[in-house]
Design a protein around this ligand. Structure first.
Ligand SMILES: [Zn+2]
Ligand SMILES: [Zn+2]
Length: 421
């Protein structure tokens, strides 16, 4: 029992109280999840405030974001500060998940959202019958054109007067057109139907949204493997891949960035091409590439392959390659298992392959050093020391530790006097 007198005398601490009601987000963790904007608007309505006042007087001072005060024009670019501020005001921890923030390491934010507000006319009607209509995060995603539930096109303008609510509107979706002279019914379904692909993509994005809330977002390094194993083999070249996926070639070539900065749109296209759902692509296909990750991530384990089966398969692969050089990595890729497992299960074979490869590499290195020494001699006979650039172009070697190592070794053998560096 709490001792009221001691409590009032400030001897007992009051449990912390939230500034605003910790309102439940609608349909959290499902594809129909509410967007952060819709949440903020509903929260302000609960407190009898306008959304602008909630943001400028409560959230902005908290985050010391002057921009948030005049935020309405930019509330999607400020969603990090906004969700952090709202989390603090309501003492909730999940409001950042009402955006695509859980996926920020994987998807570029630029171009991710649609420039104006959109809605599914039938969802608005249905949600309205159950309570308040609210904006689904799914409608905000730029590459989505359809509602996966009603299989209709999303609407972005009033069917009667054609006015479009701005993306930064402080009004939530409504049943009637906000223009007073119009008041047309916004729940009128769109003419025309989306393609099968549009519906498929919408379903995928819905699943990604649900996964993001449930903390199942994928890691960038695993996505890179998806890219290397599943995507590139579909195309003749990286240039070709860039062309088909609507990415710039630069983006494809910058390893590291191409996967971490990919737009959701491209993942959606990709999943369509591969014929798998986007979350399957992100979570299950990755698990296939790294089989030891599979049980925890997908809830089902691969049938166990015995050591003998693995060895037989390895020999078959080796035989098929007929004398061509085989590395452990190559073998693992062809067998569809990870290198760690291969090394563990077939130690003798992998050790042999590694040794062979090491020998080959040593041989190649020795050859390059010999060439380098010859070059140095020739340069000397012509009367000038060998430059780094000349050596590099002659060896067709990229600059880096490997090249520096070659130079150091050649220089050591010639007592350093032949080189200009
Ligand atoms: Zn709908
Ligand atoms: Zn209207």
């Amino acid at each position: 029992m709490i001792d009221i007198e001691r409590l009032l005398a400030n001897e007992l601490p009051f449990p912390p109280r939230s500034v605003c009601f910790p309102l439940e987000p609608k349909a959290a963790g499902t594809p129909r999840m509410e967007s952060l904007r819709s949440y903020a608007i509903r929260l302000s309505a609960e407190h009898n405030l306008s959304a602008t006042r909630l943001l400028s007087e409560l959230v902005a001072p908290l985050k010391r974001q002057d921009d948030l005060a005049k935020l309405v024009p930019s509330w999607y670019s400020m969603k990090k500060a906004l969700s952090a501020g709202l989390n603090e005001l309501t003492m909730r921890t999940d409001l950042d998940k009402l955006t695509m923030l859980p996926w920020e390491n994987v998807m570029a934010s630029e171009g991710l959202y649609f420039p104006t507000m959109r809605w599914c006319p039938e969802c608005v009607g249905e949600d309205g019958r159950r309570g308040d209509a609210y904006e689904h995060l799914l409608w905000n995603i730029g590459c989505n054109k359809a509602c996966p539930y009603h299989k209709g096109l999303l609407r972005e303008a009033c069917p009667h007067c054609g006015s479009k609510p701005a993306r930064d509107t402080t009004r939530n979706v409504q049943k009637r057109c906000p223009i007073r002279a119009c008041r047309a019914d916004l729940r009128k379904p769109m003419d025309g139907t989306p393609t099968e692909k549009d519906i498929y993509v919408a379903g995928n994005i819905g699943r990604v949204i649900a996964d993001g809330y449930q903390g199942k977002s994928a890691q960038p390094d695993r996505l890179r493997q998806v890219w290397d194993r599943l995507v590139f083999p579909l195309f003749d070249s990286k240039v070709d891949a860039a062309h088909h996926l609507g990415l710039t070639e630069g983006l494809i070539y910058q390893s590291g960035t191409y996967t971490t900065r990919l737009k959701l749109k491209h993942w959606a296209q990709l999943s369509w091409m591969l014929g798998v759902s986007l979350s399957d692509l992100l979570l299950k296909e990755i698990a296939q590439i790294k089989p030891h990750l599979r049980p925890a991530e997908t809830g089902q384990s691969k049938p166990r392959v015995t050591k003998r089966e693995l060895r037989n398969k390895a020999f078959t692969v080796a035989r098929q390659r007929k004398g061509k050089k085989l590395s452990v990595r190559r073998l693992a890729v062809e067998m569809g298992v990870c290198t760690t497992r291969l090394r563990k299960q077939l130690p003798r074979m992998t050790r042999g392959l590694s040794q062979e490869r090491r020998k080959d590499m040593a041989k190649a290195r020795e050859k390059k050093i010999t060439v380098l020494i010859q070059l140095a001699h020739r340069a000397r006979s012509e009367g000038f020391p060998l430059s780094k650039r000349a050596a590099q172009s002659e060896l067709k070697c990229r600059s880096g530790d490997y090249f520096e190592g070659l130079l150091a070794e050649a220089s050591r053998r010639l007592n350093g006097e032949y080189f200009a560096f």
